[in-house]
Design a protein around this ligand. Structure first.
Ligand SMILES: [Zn+2]
Length: 93
């Protein structure tokens, strides 16, 4: 029934994880679901490897666009300037 879905150690193979991730809600293979429910290792594999059926690569995290960085820095400086002006007015009377 589920040949090729478990490896020799009893954990899910990539095919097993894919079968579980791709199964429609309510129709997940019971033996696969039961193993993942009891096995942290396979839970990690499933969360790391398949989200919505597509592989997720953690290494490829792209930096935000430079324009947004400068916008945030500019806004912060502007806020600081307003604070200094306000403080000066309060202190100077
Ligand atoms: Zn396992």
């Amino acid at each position: 029934m589920s040949q090729g879905l478990f490896d020799p150690q009893g954990h899910l193979t990539p095919a097993g994880l894919a079968a579980l991730a791709g199964a429609p809600v309510g129709k997940t293979p019971a033996d696969l679901a039961a193993h993942v429910a009891a096995c942290p290792r396979c839970q990690d594999l499933m969360l790391a490897g398949t989200v919505g059926g597509a592989p997720v690569r953690r290494e490829r995290r792209e930096p935000p666009p430079a324009g947004r960085i400068w916008f945030v820095i500019g806004a912060a400086l502007l806020l600081l300037l307003f604070m200094l002006i306000t403080l000066q007015r309060l202190a100077g009377g």
